[in-house]
Design a protein around this ligand. Structure first.
Ligand code: M6R
Length: 626
């Protein structure tokens, strides 16, 4: 989703700004732009890729010591150049066609909910709008408060904003200053190495190689950046000192290696990612979930919390939600703890019955998903204070907001379609299940040893599943010609069917739906024809015979089946039934393995259809707006 980079420096900062945007490309965008102070304010914007922006600024010899840059993921207004950021304010009665130069340039990530009212009042005061965005309102608002001090103008403006924002602004009359502010959307401050420059960015990755000295701005902070100093005020506009952390961010962007796309690379990284995630797990101890967040929670508190709670509430979106759905089966089946899994964007707005003895578990790859953060805050506002996150980014807002955390070690995930983040979430959730079972006295030493042994086998097991790739390529040739697909699973593998359908639709644009196989005859069977491929996840578990009956129902209607069967499952390829045999039966950990062929199927079908695999249309990697 939108990405921001800003800099106040003593050197030409344009290359740093554009490289920063390149590092934020993975978040997803449909236009981009940069504005610098070069005597006056000048900007370059495009609906093309950041690489083209780089060519444009190079050809036009755009240079400046102070600047802001942005990748936009359209919310208000189409992805066209006049809606791209930075937005200018020329002052009342003036617009792009006037001879007066612009006074304020602004970039924004988030959604301003009262933009219509603000727009009307600014128009009444003579401000001329040249975009359909909510962002342009902020540029004019700052201009309307400007009286020689941009910091003061931003402080006055943010008081009038309702909604979520991270902003960066520069001003014609103050050539060495960048002002930033955040509430509800992420923004970090990068402290330059030699005291001659400071930076703003949406995340630390944008500043990889520029600085590793990072300040995570907090809700309501406003920051004044100049080349040799910075100044932060909190939401009450009182001066505040924020901790500078050393953050080793790396872009990962140069590491495609032998792979065609990041999605393929990330699918094949899963044995390593799971291995890293489980590294050092010698036994099931509550300390695995020690807080790394604001409260400096200790292992003792994880121990205390696990003993105190008697319910789990999981909050997440998208793929992370599906990992939560799978975990429910483990948490109730193994740890015997009642578990509720909620889509974050629904939970945050619905009436629910809170229970303070609940462990609220957020699952998020990025740790910045706006709906999941808001759902967490909502749960806390209802008195549920025991919070834990399963997250892939140790420095993210979510980790700072939760008392306890399990940091998965998937490594940076660039592909918009989540793959290795999903399987590492499942690994973290399985460990959480065992830790809770142990805290409740429901995990024998023998079971602990057996589960740990099975977990340690996962990297090897994943390698043998990845070796199935040629067979998935063969399936993908059939799928590439279809416009619809159905995915079926039962029990623990129903969420895997859901995830398989999500992967297919995200990267191939094929309409895919997943059902618990027992639901087939209650409606979706009406869709089954020879044109509707039906994928079935068929491990050799207690529900296999039931699933086989469901598959017969499909075959009887002429549906063509694509079955992921365990080695010891009596399902064979025949007319209208294509079977891929999984190398082993993996028991409770089976979801981590069965999802991999579905990832490969989606990936190769996308390649066959020629879609933009790593940056599917309309989607963003980091969903930082509601
Ligand atoms: O960063 P998060 O895990 O919180 O993101 C949640 C979803 O936006 C994300 O999983 C999305 O569904 C992926 N694109 C799925 O591949």
């Amino acid at each position: 989703m939108c990405g921001i980079v800003g800099a106040a420096s003593s050197r030409n900062i344009v290359p740093v700004l554009v490289q920063g945007l390149q590092r934020l490309e993975y978040r997803g965008y449909d236009s981009c732009g940069v504005a610098v102070h070069a005597g006056g304010l000048t900007r370059t914007r495009t609906t093309s890729r950041v690489a083209d922006l780089l060519t444009q600024v190079h050809d036009d010899q755009v240079e400046g010591l102070t600047g802001i840059a942005h990748t936009r993921w359209a919310t208000h207004g189409a992805p066209v150049v006049h809606n791209a950021h930075p937005h200018f304010s020329y002052g009342p009665g003036e617009g792009p066609d006037s001879t007066k130069p612009p006074r304020v340039a602004l970039v924004h990530n988030g959604i301003i909910e009262n933009h219509e009212a603000l727009r009307a009042s600014l128009q009444a005061r003579g401000y001329v709008f040249s975009s359909q965005t909510d962002t342009e309102v902020i540029a004019h608002l700052i201009d309307s408060h400007y009286d020689g001090d941009l910091f003061e103008a931003v402080k006055a403006s943010v008081k009038q904003l309702h909604g979520a924002y991270a902003i960066a602004a520069i001003c014609r009359d103050e050539p060495h200053r960048v002002i930033g502010a955040r509430a509800g959307s992420p923004l970090i401050l990068g402290v330059g190495a030699d005291g001659t420059e400071n930076f703003l960015a949406s995340d630390a990755m944008a500043l990889a190689g520029v600085t590793d000295q990072i300040v995570y701005l907090e809700e309501g902070d406003v920051v004044d950046l100049q080349p040799g100093k910075y100044w932060i005020v909190d939401r009450a506009h009182k001066p505040v000192a924020r901790t500078v952390r050393t953050v080793q961010a790396h872009s990962g962007a140069a590491e495609l290696g032998p792979y065609r796309h990041y999605m393929q690379k990330e699918i094949f990284e899963q044995p390593r990612a799971i291995g890293d995630t489980l590294e050092g797990v010698q036994g099931i101890v509550p300390e695995l979930f020690d807080g790394v967040g604001q409260d400096g929670a200790t292992g003792a508190s994880a121990h205390r919390v696990f003993k105190a709670i008697d319910k789990v509430l999981i909050l997440a979106c998208g793929t992370s939600y599906y990992s939560g759905c799978a975990a429910k089966y483990w948490l109730e089946g193994i740890a015997k703890i009642p578990t509720q899994v909620e889509i974050a964007s629904e939970y945050r707005y619905r009436d629910s019955v809170p229970d303070p003895k609940t462990l609220v578990v957020t699952i998020t790859q990025s740790g910045e998903t706006a709906d999941t953060l808001a759902a967490l805050k909502h749960a806390r506002s209802l008195g549920m204070e025991h919070t834990l996150t399963i997250c892939n980014v140790a420095t993210s807002a979510m980790v700072r907001e939760c008392k306890l955390a399990y940091i998965t070690r998937a490594g940076v995930e660039i592909g918009v379609a989540s793959t290795k983040a999903f399987t590492t979430q499942l690994a973290g959730l399985f460990l959480l299940t065992l830790a809770l079972a142990q805290a409740k006295g429901r995990l024998s030493d023998a079971d602990e040893a057996r589960y740990l042994k099975e977990m340690r086998h996962l990297p090897v097991a994943l390698q043998s599943v990845l070796a199935l790739e040629p067979q998935l390529i063969s399936w993908s040739e059939d799928f590439a010609r279809k416009e619809n697909a159905l995915f079926l699973g039962r029990g623990l593998h129903y969420p895997i069917a859901l995830e398989g359908a999500l992967k297919l639709k995200e990267v191939t644009y094929i309409h895919a739906e997943a059902y618990a196989a027992g639901e087939l005859k209650h409606g979706p069977l009406a869709l089954v024809t020879s044109e509707m491929p039906v994928v079935a996840v068929a491990p050799n578990d207690a529900l296999l015979e039931k699933l086989k009956s469901n598959l017969q129902e499909v075959r009887a209607r002429g549906g063509v089946l694509y079955v992921l069967a365990d080695r010891d499952t009596q399902i064979d390829s025949s007319e209208g039934i294509h079977v891929i045999r999984m190398p082993e039966h993996y028991g409770a950990l089976s979801p981590l393995l069965h999802v991999v062929p579905l990832q490969l199927l989606a990936y190769h079908t996308a390649c066959a259809r020629g879609t933009d695999v790593d940056k599917p249309r309309n989607l963003a990697k980091s969903v930082t707006v509601e």
